[in-house]
Design a protein around this ligand. Structure first.
Ligand code: MG
Ligand code: ZN
Length: 234
């Protein structure tokens, strides 16, 4: 009889969650605060991170800031962020559609290991563009920020309740395009709040800069400069 090993994906997810707690301990021991950005391809993660880097480099020294870019094959996003003079490293997953803890551990090693983390105030991780499985593989970040682009559709949160639920912060991006694509922003906000009442929802346009200050101020006060350690990854 053929042996069938079922739910192997679930085991990988469980194992990754355990490793994520180890990463979180490393972050907390070294004092770096970690923001992870997740969202579908073209949701505007990199452009939003550029806007945040403009603000971060105003408040912190470039050597206190690091960026880890997850991508299947290119270095395009990391090159964009490197222009801000911050520490940066690219992870090319070679086809895998999400980051796992060993990817981040390798990237930290490339940055200079725990000693390098001690010099950081904030580390930004941009996950591979994908609205589904990156949400199943926590990386120990203090805040997981879901980015949904308005042109992706009004029903984004309803269609991806699990991704919406595990996010700590929800960003609706490209709000300047809402009138052109016929998206009801109020409906999107209501959906997000209904599925995940604990996550604050921010409306931004990374392109025009609208709403970015509000998001940045929130991240700075509640995550980057927070005195209380954030709750453990879930
Ligand atoms: Mg990107
Ligand atoms: Zn994946």
């Amino acid at each position: 009889m053929t042996k069938v090993v079922k739910f192997i994906g679930k085991d990988i997810i469980k194992e990754n969650a355990k490793l994520a707690e180890r990463l979180r301990r490393l972050y907390d021991e070294t004092g770096v605060r970690v923001l992870e950005f997740l969202g579908g391809p073209g949701s505007g993660k990199t452009t939003l991170i550029e806007r945040l880097m403009e603000r971060l480099t105003r408040d912190y020294k470039p050597e206190e800031i690091a960026y880890i870019g997850g991508d299947v094959a290119t270095t395009l996003d990391t090159e964009r962020i490197a222009r801000y003079g911050v520490r940066h490293v690219q992870i090319n997953t070679g086809g895998t559609c999400h980051l796992e803890v060993p990817h981040v551990e390798a990237a930290i090693k490339a940055l200079g290991g725990p000693e390098a983390l001690r010099q950081l105030r904030v580390m930004v991780i941009e996950n591979v563009g994908n609205i589904i499985c990156p949400f199943n593989f926590p990386l120990g970040a203090h805040a997981r920020i879901m980015v949904a682009g308005v042109p992706e559709g009004e029903d984004k949160f309803i269609k991806h309740p699990l991704s919406t639920r595990v996010s700590d912060i929800i960003v609706i991006n490209k709000i300047d395009l809402a009138p052109y694509v016929g998206v009801n922003l109020d409906k999107m906000i209501q959906d997000a709040k209904k599925i995940n009442p604990r996550a604050p929802v921010f409306l931004v346009s990374a392109k025009t800069g609208e709403g970015v200050d509000k998001l940045y101020d929130y991240l700075r006060a509640n995550i980057i400069e927070a005195r209380q350690p954030a709750p453990a990854p879930q």
